[in-house]
Design a protein. Structure first.
Length: 169
């Protein structure tokens, strides 16, 4: 499986920007909020774009990769993963869960990006109580960004464990 060097570099840069915003907020309390906001939102955007570039790098029509559950070498489309016949035929429960989970992810992620941008605009334009709203939306975005992969990999680990128990590997 190919992983985009550009995508990984963008992910690292995005995380570094998020950490820098936190460190600057603690160490330089007189730093204007607009600077911290630009660093924080910029970090979130770079992190998101890095993930997007990494995903796009594996979207070629025919790729050879390993099955997430049984590690069998499979060929086919890399995205969307559930459209690969191997998953539908061999790991049907994973196929159903992944399809629904991906749809739910986009149902949550797309509106949250709009809400994040709107709250930042309202905060920078009007200040006041909107600063709390902006802070809460950024906090919710960070929590969502870290909790979703943890949830995903726990479920995948459960599917792997179930498959190994049924196949005595």
């Amino acid at each position: 499986m190919r992983i985009s060097t550009l995508g990984v570099s963008m992910i690292i840069a995005g995380v570094n920007m998020l950490v820098a915003a936190l460190v600057f907020a603690i160490l330089i309390p007189w730093l204007p909020m607009i600077v911290l906001s630009v660093i924080l939102v910029g970090g979130l955007i770079v992190l998101m774009l890095g993930n997007f570039v990494t995903i796009l790098s594996g979207l070629s029509k025919r790729t050879e990769r390993r099955c997430t559950i049984c590690q069998l070498v499979i060929t086919g489309r890399a995205f969307p993963i559930w459209k690969n016949p191997h998953y539908e035929l061999v790991h049907h429960d994973y196929y159903v869960w992944l399809k629904g989970s991906t749809n739910n992810f986009f149902l949550v992620a797309v509106p949250s990006i709009v809400i994040l941008a709107s709250s930042e605009y309202l905060w920078l334009e009007y200040g006041g109580v909107y600063s709390y709203f902006a802070g809460l939306t950024v906090l919710a975005w960070v929590i969502f960004g870290f909790s979703w992969p943890v949830h995903y990999w726990r479920k995948v680990r459960g599917f792997k464990r179930g498959w190994m128990n049924n196949h005595q590997v």
